[in-house]
Design a protein around this ligand. Sequence first.
Ligand code: GRF
Length: 216
Amino acid sequence: MLNIGALASGRGSNFQAIIDSIESGFLKAKIAVLISDNPEAYALQRAKKHGVETLVLHPKDFHDRDSYYSRIAKEFKTRNTGLVVLAGFMRVVGKSLTREFHNKIMNIHPAILPSFPGLHGQKQAVDYGVKISGCTVHFVDEGVDTGPVIIQAAVPAYHDDTEESLSERILTQEHKIFPLAIRLFSEGRLNVEGRKVVIKGIREDVFIINPPLLSP
Ligand code: GRF
């Protein structure tokens, strides 16, 4: 069974979607630990409610980024973590983690990458005036939202959208494609070939616009 290590900084609705997918049987996995950089993160309360171990590690308690991410990598390795998920982790992860978990770290980003990487992807999309927006699950490399794309979902963007209204529409899709990507990983169906993620045994066009929730 896949052991997931999670990192989250805030609200944790994506983290909750992963918990729900496990509890419903959609995902055959276990969350070994949630590590947060923010003691106030609501994600921590969600974890406790569902019996998931929590750990708060703050970068300011470490000499540098390298020792911070080495410690995180160590905590995950100790718990036999096979996949790290960034569920609203508001930092760029360091090399000491990405090296240990090469193509084993997933992030959810609220834009159709490579458009609008970094912070406030939804606001960037609203300000730019795009007609289609959405979200991306990708493997994490050393850049900012630059790793190989696993799944994307599209939503319409309207002229009168605010950052909030677009974020809400995108979030509904985030909660579908993040568990789906994790499930495909847990089933050994994601092959990374250079920049491309090849999904074995599934027609990729089923993901267009509204990614389905596979039955348990
Ligand atoms: C989401 O919009 C996600 O795409 C981004 O950060 C936000 C986290 O939201 N990476 P939540 O904490 O999962 O509710």
